[in-house]
Design a protein around this ligand. Structure first.
Ligand code: PMP
Length: 333
């Protein structure tokens, strides 16, 4: 029998899907890890469980305790559902600019939601700092413990990817993986997969796919944190070296524009029936760049982070795309 025991046990062990057009055009095997099939609908279920599991093991969270986090959405959904499955409460701080679909899902999942205006990281009202203060305030009132998940700088996040995501990729490709590419939100995925895969074979090429508006491309290329432009993608685009990124070996970096990434997302839906969010487009564009650099015959893995249904009011909305000067497919108009 092959049975998973509830929500927590259903996280991870996602399939690797061959991306047909990307593979044919590059002569490489381009494989997307189907993270949208996690039970909370995104790659962030892994980080949510890794962080809560770590807090349980350290004894800082007891039944009825509270999990507090600042999140662009997917981590919050993962945390709210992990909280529900394990008997905790969950309070989430989210920038109001994030999609309505994610906010709705957070409320339905039982999260107490705090929407705050979008502000840069150096602003004390930035959602991350706000959530840290909220955790400190609640800590004095809650007898069963409060944790601030702190996904950006809590390395339990990347540890989860070292122990699960990287090992799955190694096994699923029979150790034949040559390259791995993904974008960075917290850096937990990229750093964790890099560390986990390089333990098996240090020659596996690890590449960053950075959207416009993020500062890491220029850091890994030229040693300087510097951003340029902006992006409609959500959940990715980092301006600093988080604790999760520290010490990770990143061999290559590509800067990916929305004009490159978004048509890839639409094309994948039209031709291969996979309806994904914008970060998957940045990842696939990065995988194509790495394939071109490495040459034909290589196996390159990337992440398909979440479903397009989380963005029907934005990425799959004609008005939204037109306002931003992005191409509108006939079937969206
Ligand atoms: N894609 C999406 C849709 C996300 O929500 C996130 C996480 N915020 C990422 C990619 C990036 O993952 P990580 O935080 O591990 O860098």
């Amino acid at each position: 029998m092959d049975i998973r025991d509830g929500f927590i046990d259903s996280i991870g062990n996602t399939p690797l899907i061959r991306l047909k057009r990307a593979s044919e055009e590059t002569g490489c095997e381009i494989l997307g890890k189907a993270e949208f099939l996690n039970p909370g609908g995104s790659i962030k279920d892994r980080a949510a469980w890794a962080i809560v599991k770590d807090a349980e093991e350290k004894g800082i969270l007891k039944p009825g305790g509270v999990i507090v986090e600042g999140t662009a959405g997917n981590t919050g959904i993962g945390l709210a559902l992990v909280a529900r499955a394990r008997g905790y409460r969950c309070a989430i701080v989210i920038p109001e600019t994030q999609s309505q679909e994610k906010k709705d899902m957070l409320r339905l999942s039982g999260a107490e939601l705090y929407e705050v205006p979008a502000a840069p990281y150096k602003d004390p009202n930035n959602y991350v700092h706000y959530s840290q203060r909220l955790a400190q305030e609640l800590a004095g009132q809650e007898p069963n413990g409060v944790i601030w998940a702190n996904q950006f700088d809590n390395v339990a996040n990347r540890q989860g990817h070292i122990e699960t995501t990287a090992q799955e990729i190694w096994k699923q490709t029979d150790g034949k993986v040559d390259g791995y590419v993904s974008a960075v939100g917290t850096g937990g995925t990229l750093a964790g997969v890099s560390m986990g895969l390089k333990e098996h074979n240090k020659n596996i090429q690890i590449a960053l796919a950075d959207p416009h508006g993020a500062a890491l491309y220029s850091y890994y290329k030229h040693g300087e944190l510097k951003s340029e432009g902006s992006s409609i993608t959500e959940g990715i685009g980092q301006g600093r070296i988080t604790a999760n990124l520290k010490g990770a070996v990143i061999d290559e970096a590509f800067r990916i524009s929305d004009e490159t990434a978004i048509p890839l997302v639409f094309n994948l839906f039209e031709e291969e029936a996979l309806c994904l969010g914008g970060s998957s487009g940045v990842n696939i564009a990065g995988a194509i760049e790495l394939a071109k650099k490495m040459g034909p015959g290589h196996t390159i893995v990337t992440m398909l982070c979440d479903l397009g249904t989380r963005y029907t009011s934005k990425l799959y909305n004609a008005e939204f795309l037109k306002e931003r000067g992005l191409p509108v497919p006939k079937w969206v108009a």
